[in-house]
Design a protein around this ligand. Structure first.
Ligand code: AMP
Ligand code: MG
Length: 331
């Protein structure tokens, strides 16, 4: 672990460090330094086609990097600093490597006091994708970074457990109508109310397969089913205890995670082993906050399989949770 001042010194030199944000921990480096940005892609093993989000300390600083329009002004005044990134036309100063060659850049002013203070001290923008190897579960606590990267762990500032626990909402405001590219804690309804108009969503091109018994035959075809946010242990997703029970997928030693305590009781009533619940009463914010830490902790048990039962409907914050769960699940 390193101190905030040490992080500032390392970042100034062009090094990459892991920093706390309110969403998940970020792998941060100077966004305008091409060599640093290359290091971020290398450490994560991230494909060059996946653009990075750039973080600034204020809307004024963001304006140095992109064209701010009326929608962006409205969203920034209501939600920044906070867990929402806006995709806007980029200015020339932003290197192409950051945006994966796109003419747009994703920008966010984060809320975490440590990250904000570092941005203010640096007076330079930071690119910071989630601090996990590409496609793995994002870290929400400093200790997860060591678990995920092992001996290749970047120096990390410990800022406690991430309050939100899910990556930022990403909204494209660069052309056409505002469109949510990635759901998050700031919901579609909140954004529609803020802008005074309906907000579109990017429908996944992928059809997620129903839970199947044979993980081999239902393995995703490359490029067809996006695997992301994934634990190493295969994860099966169900929407009710009945669906889980009917699948007859459970084997002794498998791990069971459920969204709320009452589902854990139903599981127990069926004579199955104890499960871990993400929230006592099914509160979406609490589920979001505990989701990745639970996945990372249960992954460390090296069970043959993890089963996750999430009963919430796909609206509001639950939409963001289900989006991550579908991508984390292998079946
Ligand atoms: P992460 O850095 O892991 O939180 O992921 C950042 C995500 O933001 C990317 O995977 C994209 O989905 C999205 N993103 C970043 N920059 C852009 C951009 N210029 N245009 C569209 N989406 C973007
Ligand atoms: Mg990520």
């Amino acid at each position: 672990m390193i101190t905030l001042d040490d992080a500032v010194a390392r970042l100034t030199k062009g090094d990459v460090v892991a920093l706390p944000t309110e969403t998940v921990y970020g792998l941060a480096g100077l966004a305008l330094n091409i060599e640093t940005v290359k290091k971020i892609f290398t450490i994560k093993g991230r494909p060059a086609t996946n653009p990075l989000i750039v973080h600034t300390s204020s809307l004024e600083k963001a304006e140095e990097l992109c064209e701010i329009n009326d929608w962006a002004n409205k969203i920034a005044s209501q939600f920044w600093p906070g867990p929402i990134s806006m995709v806007l036309p980029k200015k020339d100063i932003v290197p192409n490597i950051v945006t994966a060659g796109n003419e747009t850049v994703a920008i966010r002013v984060p809320q975490h006091p440590v990250f904000l203070e570092i941005l203010k001290k640096l007076e330079q923008p930071l690119a910071a994708p989630s601090a996990n190897p590409s496609n793995r579960t994002s870290p929400t606590e400093a200790k997860h970074i060591k678990e995920l990267f092992e001996e290749n762990s970047p120096p990390t500032v410990d800022g406690g457990k991430a309050e939100v626990g899910l990556e930022s909402t990403v909204i494209d405001l660069s052309a056409g109508t505002p469109t949510i590219l990635r759901p998050g804690m700031i919901t579609r309804t909140e954004l529609a109310n803020c802008l005074g108009m309906d907000v579109g969503t990017l429908k996944s091109k992928t059809q997620y397969k129903q839970v199947g018994k044979d993980t081999q035959s239902s393995a995703p075809s490359p490029g067809m089913q996006p695997i992301h946010y994934a634990p190493k242990t295969p994860l099966n997703l169900y929407h009710s205890v009945g669906e889980f029970w009917d699948s007859q997928n459970f084997d002794t030693g498998d791990v069971i995670i459920v969204s709320e305590e009452k589902i854990a009781e139903e599981i127990r009533a069926k004579g199955l082993p104890d499960s871990t619940y993400l929230s006592a009463d099914g509160c979406p914010h609490e589920i979001a906050q505990n989701l990745y830490s639970t996945l990372i902790e249960q992954d460390a048990q090296k069970a043959n399989r993890m089963h996750l039962i999430f009963s919430g409907a796909s609206t509001g914050v639950n939409w963001a949770i289900l989006d991550r769960l579908r991508r984390a699940a292998r079946t």
